[in-house]
Write a protein that binds this ligand. Structure first.
Ligand code: ASP
Length: 299
């Protein structure tokens, strides 16, 4: 592995290798920063907002002993007109081994991966437009495996804004490949029929029946073309203490809009704990991804 473009670009073996290494890191890395054991360096280049992904990549890098550099687009030469490939090529020449990139344009990461960097550069997709968020799907898979053992034959219900969600798309790809039964519950204006590996069920109560895991999604306000009838959405699709199946785990990539996609009462109950655990698991999974890519670059 030299890059992480999306879930499609990973083989099932590589996905399992990532989750096994993440488990190793979870068991073996103390809560504090890991003693320096690697000499790599990573640059974080985020062109869209982020809290969890950015902090967990930074924490993961530090725990691995990497040097980490945060790129500030507003203070960079991009504002002087420098192209993004030239910026990356120069950061690589200066000594950055890996670039962790979040961007709003679909297909952008793959274009960057196909360029020829003078010193070799590993690129990780940290969220790309509406299309892909591979490390989120990997950490969700890791979390699901911890709670359900295996996802094969399990019913995973994804609720909400499927069409604008890169999290939904990466999860549908990954979970269906590992034999999960993925059901999407959403109003027609959020359906995405290109997601043929998932079934659709418009009625949330029918969708949630016998679910093993329920994954809420944030309404992607920044990507909506039209206003949505929010009060109706909340009435028909909010996950709450009434419709949440007793035996299912509740997940959400964050940030949660309280009382929109999930009720505060449910979020603040025991059921809300797994959502916080997802953020924690993100550190171990991102350690594994950084580690494998760094080793891949040096091989
Ligand atoms: N944090 C996730 C993402 O970057 C989910 C969201 O923003 O709603 O896609």
């Amino acid at each position: 592995m030299k890059n992480l473009i999306n879930i499609k670009s990973l083989k099932n073996d590589e996905i399992l290798e990532i989750t096994e290494l993440a488990e190793y890191y979870e068991k073996n890395v103390p809560q504090g920063l890991h003693k320096r054991k690697q000499t790599g360096s990573a640059a974080l280049l985020f062109f869209e907002n982020s809290t969890r992904t950015r902090f967990s990549f930074e924490m993961a890098s530090k725990k691995l002993g990497f040097d980490i550099f945060n790129f500030d687009a507003q203070k960079s030469s991009i504002l002087k007109g420098e192209g993004f490939f030239d910026t990356l090529n120069n950061l690589n020449a200066i000594g950055c081994d890996i670039a962790v990139i979040r961007h709003s344009r679909e297909g952008f990461i793959e274009e960057l991966v196909n360029k020829d960097y003078a010193y070799g550069l590993g690129i990780i997709n940290a969220g790309e437009g509406k299309s892909a968020h591979p490390t989120q799907a990997l950490l969700d898979f890791y979390t699901l495996k911890k709670h359900l053992g295996d996802v094969k034959g399990k019913k995973i219900v994804i609720v909400g804004d499927i069409i604008h969600s890169r999290v939904a798309k990466s999860n549908i790809e990954l979970l269906s490949r590992f034999g999960a039964h993925v059901v999407c519950a959403s109003p027609d204006y959020f359906e995405d029929w290109s997601q043929t590996n998932a079934k659709y069920e418009a009625n949330i109560n029918i969708a949630l029946k016998d679910a093993d895991a329920v994954m809420g999604l944030r309404i992607q306000k920044e990507r909506l073309e039209n206003q949505i009838p929010l009060a109706n959405y909340i009435k028909d699709y909010q996950i709450n203490e009434t419709n949440m199946p007793e035996n299912a785990i509740l997940m959400h990539p964050g940030p949660v809009n309280r009382d929109v996609e999930i009720s505060s009462t449910l979020l603040d109950s025991q059921k809300g704990r797994v959502i916080i655990e997802q953020a924690r698991n993100g550190v171990f999974v991102r350690m594994a991804v950084l580690d494998l890519i760094y080793k891949g670059l040096r091989a």
